[in-house]
Design a protein. Structure first.
Lengths: 323, 534, 303
């Protein structure tokens, strides 16, 4: 068992290194650089010497291998450098934007679980009835709908409906305040994006819940329990659900990491100052240090999640342990 | 109610629907907080000397003073310059080469220290002759300036190398904030991340990527101003969000410009709760063929591409969907130096008879052996109005049998391709602040003179005409030289040609008063004269 | 954007050399339709989209790129079934031609990504050992790297356009496909007849291609249908961010960008119809894929 854990943990390192190299190379392959964009981005005029001064200030005139070593070394020390675009520490840039993204992700997860587990279970138990059909349709529709389109329509619907019913159009505030400062305002900013993202999330896990429940209900031990005469409700809650939920929890865990991708688009639609929007900005501004740090952040989260899941499975499934 | 719009070349157009900004009878009410939006993510830094983006100006201009500026009571007039920190506009002495400014009394920075001519001179020296490691984005604007000195605490003297009418408009640049000399001496980079000015508002708070806030400075040197208690500027790059926010009164306005569809929507939904101000914009797109690449090295091909485009009919159609409006030459349509309609119609690309124009285009293509020309039009990944312009001209070109496809790239690669000459034809922009036609038309000069020209051509004759014009102080002669320059660039050589001039549309909630639109979204942003009528 | 979530591999089934002779293909197809109404519905949608994409020239009433400045943002009516957009282009025609773009992007990405993933997954499972380890790490890196960022970078480097969008979408599909294929192929390695084949002296490639690949075909094909749907969604998202296909090419995702949001209040049809098209298409592919899986999975088959 220990050998497996150690082996598994060590395998994380080449993945991180590979991701670091990939983002480093990719960013530098993009033509142009942050200085030119910063000075010329508005279409207004600028001085060629200003660009050169900017390069020197940011260390872009150093040889490439040295820049890479600097990056990796800094990462090992948890020193992520300063953003090339704004000159502020990367940790600060990310830190100020992380809360809102995390809040949306968590709320989306809560929404998803609240919707998907009950609906998926009911759908599985009442397989092939009209309830099942409706839930399955909703789930597949959820995975088929572009989330930004849903977001646009939602904002529009809220505006139009509020205007129709109350005479004045309502829209959530466009600036974010933390939860402890003003809970009501905070929630009104976060609720619409959380539902938009959560719907997709719920759709995916609804289908997973349904299929694992169907499989589990067919297992021998469930048939035994039913033969024993146990109440259906107890069978479901005590036996079936627990076992069915394991793959679902795994899925939710892995999907959480993929939320970052969904956040990018959602934050654009709702004008939220989160990690997703920062990502797009960083790449567009060709802010190497910020992009590298962000990518490593996402990769680390992804890798850690996978590691935890793999270890969990190893603990549960003896076959893997002794492979 | 929309007023009828004037045709091109008859002066810039300013149209207002809804209530007027502040009519003479109204008395401004002090108090209240203005919430506006900045259509950007965050300014790269707060240092106006260093940056060129409106995000910086919209964020921090309320905190700073400048030496001279466009008259906030009349910013649409491109020749009305007034003092901010000085006491009166000086007449130049010494054959037009020396300008002596007297600085106001009693001006204080927000940390309490007095503002003197030394601070003004130090700030201007950083702009014109930046110290080592400091970048000044508009250094080349001031090539005509020799020295800036402050012989006494209330006098600043600018000594020019040669007399030129381009100096005063250049001096009114809204990015030239006056900084404290004491701070500049200690750390010239301090202003990139910090704010310390002498403007109508004091810096209150900055939340990265979210908002910037200011509060009224009770010791502001203009008594009675600002009317507002404070302002909140929220960063909102997404246009739909900005429009919805104005609709729901989460914010009152934004200062860059919204497209016609947004204006129509807001007017339809809010009626007289919204006031719209519109004006010509000192920005325009250019079409630049790469003169280093075949067949664009042939003037006949370049001219044919220009002749195919029907600007006169395209303008009103595009004005309904894009921020485009006025057909003009290389000079801002509202400037005295701009061409009139009859003068324009003589140039290729502006002929009133489009069929004749297109026939000539086809003939030229045939003569140059470039029938059925196919190429790639490089464009920047921005909707308004870049993509609209490109979609329109590709359609126009198809009418003379030219087949162009659009290649859209993000800003970085767009610049890179232009600078390395790696394109066939590119859609560019020429965006400037204060209308300064002599400086603004430098864009058409060859690269050896103006480093941001990407046309790939050299032409000493053109440079000669331009230099004569720059040094000419007689207004009538200068205008004639400008016509000569314009004809040479567009008609004779067709090196690169301006397309429609942009059109600025600013809808705002009607209770916001005291702000007047101008031709530049960098100008008139210190918010001192704004008041809320509620 | 998750690709693996839709897919759960059924237990491996060894493919028969000849199909069972009891039912003719037609009767099996009809049986399928009756048992899987949703799947049939999905298939019908897919067919409809395919017809639209292939026969666009004959079906669409207008050219998708013809600007008509006299008829901008017109509401749906007899002249223009779905209305016109801000440049006066007929939306119905753009949706029809957009089906072609969607299918090209969707199928190309899914096929190329799937094929590459298939080869990598099976080879990785077959060879095992160091090769497996290295390939898995490379795939891990590719999977961990956020799709959007990779797409942003690819577009920034190589420019926009159909080809680059396909590349940008294909790359993240490869590791997801490889993962699943590998999981299906791993048990196959131990099966006796593979050992026997090795003993007979068959080469690696022959064993892989003739014995392992056919047995993962089932889950692979099901995954492909999901991939097509996800690729279409990915293209829509990329176009929304301005990184996908460019004007004036008609593409559903592109139609939802810029103009659609701007005119959402005054001309909602510009935003509604392309979104519905995307939703319906992906919906169809997903339904079809689901039904296929249910049909192929022996455990679920006998009910």
């Amino acid at each position: 068992m220990y050998r497996y854990i150690v082996k598994r943990v060590l395998l994380v390192i080449p993945t991180l290194l590979g991701a670091a190299m990939l983002v480093f190379v990719l960013m530098r392959m993009i033509p142009g650089d942050v200085c030119v964009i910063r000075l010329g981005g508005g279409g207004a005029r600028f001085d060629a010497r200003a660009v050169a001064a900017c390069h020197a200030q940011l260390g872009l005139d150093q040889p490439v291998w040295r820049q890479f070593l600097h990056f990796v070394w800094g990462f090992c020390h948890l020193d992520f450098g300063t953003s090339m675009w704004s000159g502020k520490p990367v940790a600060y840039e990310i830190g100020t934007r992380l809360p809102i993204s995390v809040e949306i992700a968590l709320m989306a997860a809560v929404v998803a679980i609240l919707i998907s587990v009950p609906l998926g279970t009911i759908s599985a138990l009442k397989q092939n009835t009209w309830i099942d059909l409706i839930v399955r349709t909703l789930a597949i529709a959820g995975t088929a709908t572009p989330s930004f389109w849903l977001g646009i329509l939602t904002i529009l619907a809220v505006l139009d409906l509020s205007q129709a019913f109350t005479g004045t159009p309502w829209m959530p505030p466009i600036d974010y305040v933390p939860l402890w400062q003003d809970p009501l305002r905070n929630l009104s900013v976060v609720i619409l994006p959380a539902i938009t993202v959560g719907y997709r999330y719920a759709a995916v896990s609804m289908r997973m819940t349904r299929s694992t429940m169907i499989e589990v209900m067919r297992e021998d031990y469930i048939r035994t329990a039913r033969a024993k005469g146990l109440l259906r409700r107890i069978i479901i809650n005590r036996h079936a659900l627990k076992n069915a939920l394991l793959p679902v929890v795994t899925l939710l865990g892995i999907e959480f990491a993929f939320l970052i991708g969904g956040l990018v688009v959602t934050e654009q639609v709702f004008n939220l100052n989160g990690i997703g929007r920062l990502f797009v900005l960083a790449v567009q501004n060709q802010d190497y240090t910020l992009t590298q740090a962000l990518v490593m952040l996402v990769v680390v989260v992804f890798v850690l999640t996978n590691l935890v899941v793999d270890l969990l499975y190893a603990w549960l499934d003896p076959r893997i342990r002794f492979a | 109610m929309r007023k009828a719009l004037l045709a091109a070349g008859l002066g810039s157009v300013v149209a207002v629907s809804g209530a007027m900004p502040t009519s003479a009878a109204e008395v401004p009410k002090p108090g209240g907080t203005l919430t506006y939006m900045i259509p950007a993510d965050a300014p790269p830094s707060f240092d106006g000397h260093r940056e060129t983006t409106f995000a910086t100006v919209h964020s921090v201009a309320p905190f700073y003073s400048v030496l001279i500026r466009l008259n906030p009571e009349n910013p649409a007039d491109t020749t009305d310059f007034v003092c901010d920190l000085c006491t009166e506009m000086p007449t130049p002495t010494d054959d037009g080469k020396t300008y002596t400014f007297k600085i106001r009394d009693g001006v204080k920075f927000h940390d309490g220290s007095p503002l003197t001519a030394a601070d003004v001179a130090a700030s201007w020296n950083e702009i014109i002759h930046p110290s080592e490691g400091v970048s000044s984005a508009r250094e080349s604007f001031y090539a005509m300036v020799d020295t800036v000195t402050a012989p006494d605490p209330a006098t600043v003297v600018f000594h020019l190398k040669f007399a030129t009418t381009a100096f005063i408009p250049a001096l009114a640049d809204p990015f030239s904030f006056v900084y404290e000399k004491r701070i500049l001496d200690k750390d010239p980079h301090w202003y990139e991340k910090n704010v310390m000015g002498s403007g109508p508002f004091k810096f209150a708070d900055y939340e990265l990527g979210q908002s910037i806030k200011g509060v009224r400075d009770p010791d502001y040197y203009r008594k009675g101003l600002p009317y507002l208690d404070g302002f909140v500027a929220i960063y909102a790059p997404k246009q739909a969000v900005r429009v919805d926010a104005i609709r729901a009164d989460r914010a009152q306005m934004e200062f860059r410009g919204l497209p016609p569809s947004a204006r129509d929507q807001l007017v339809k939904e809010l009626g007289d709760k919204i006031t719209v101000q519109e004006s010509d914009w000192n920005c325009g797109n250019l079409i630049t063929p790469n003169s280093k690449r075949k067949p664009f090295d042939d003037v006949r091909v370049r001219k044919a591409l220009l002749l195919a485009i029907d600007q006169w009919h395209g303008a009103p159609a595009l004005a309904k969907i894009a921020n485009l409006h006025t057909v003009g030459g290389i000079v801002f349509p509202g400037s005295p130096l701009a061409a009139t309609k009859p003068e324009l119609e003589k140039l290729a690309g502006y002929w009133p008879d489009i069929d004749k124009s297109r026939a000539e285009a086809k003939r030229l293509l045939h003569e140059a052996g470039a029938d059925g020309l196919r190429f790639e039009l490089l464009n920047r990944n921005v909707d308004q109005p870049y993509k609209f312009v490109a979609t329109w001209i590709i359609d126009e070109w198809s009418k003379i049998g030219v087949h162009a496809t659009q290649k859209v790239v993000p800003t970085g690669p767009w610049f890179d391709a232009m600078r390395s000459g790696n394109f066939d034809v590119v859609v560019e922009a020429n965006c400037n602040g204060v209308v300064n036609p002599l400086m603004d038309t430098q864009k058409y000069l060859p690269r050896s003179v103006f480093t941001e020209n990407y046309g790939g051509y050299e032409d000493p004759a053109e440079v000669g005409i331009y230099n004569k014009m720059l040094h000419e102080t007689d207004a009538a002669k200068q205008r004639a030289l400008m016509r000569e320059y314009e004809t040479y660039v567009i008609d004779t050589k067709a090196y690169e040609y301006p397309m429609l001039w942009w059109w600025r549309i600013i809808p705002a909630r009607s209770y916001v008063k005291g702000w007047k639109i101008s031709a530049s979204h960098y100008v008139n942003q210190d918010l001192a004269t704004i008041w809320l009528d509620k | 954007m998750s690709f693996s979530a839709q897919f759960r591999p059924p237990s491996p089934v060894i493919a028969e050399a000849e199909p069972a002779l009891e039912h003719s293909p037609l009767r099996r197809a009809i049986g399928f339709c009756r048992r899987q109404p949703l799947g049939t519905f999905g298939m019908a949608i897919v067919l409809m989209i395919a017809v639209a994409g292939l026969g666009a020239e004959w079906i669409a009433p207008y050219s998708p790129t013809a600007n008509d400045f006299g008829a901008m943002t017109e509401a749906p009516g007899w002249a223009h079934l779905f209305g016109t957009d801000q440049l006066g282009r007929d939306i119905f025609s753009r949706i029809i031609y957009g089906a072609r773009t969607a299918l090209v992007v969707g199928f190309s990405s899914a096929l190329v990504g799937g094929a590459a993933g298939l080869v990598l997954g099976v080879a990785s499972a077959y060879f095992g050992g160091a090769i497996d380890l290295i390939v898995q790490r490379v795939l891990d890196v590719m999977m961990a790297f956020p799709l959007i960022i990779m797409a942003l970078a690819i577009v920034a480097i190589f420019g926009t356009g159909v080809h680059n969008v396909i590349v940008a979408i294909t790359i993240p599909l490869i590791p997801r496909c490889a993962r699943v294929v590998r999981a299906s192929a791993l048990p196959l390695r131990e099966i006796p007849y593979v050992d026997a084949a090795r003993a007979c002296g068959f080469g690696h490639s022959r064993i892989i291609l003739r014995h392992m690949v056919p047995n993962v075909m089932g889950p692979f094909l099901i995954m492909l249908t999901a991939f097509v749907g996800q690729a279409i969604l990915a293209e829509a998202s990329l176009s929304y961010l301005g990184l996908g296909v460019q004007e004036p090419t008609p593409a559903w995702g592109l139609m939802l960008q810029g103009g659609a949001e701007e005119y959402a209040s005054t001309a909602p049809w510009i935003a509604v119809f392309p979104g519905l098209a995307i939703m319906l298409t992906v919906f169809g592919f997903n339904l079809f894929g689901d039904a296929l899986r249910d049909a192929l999975d022996p455990k679920l088959r006998d009910r």
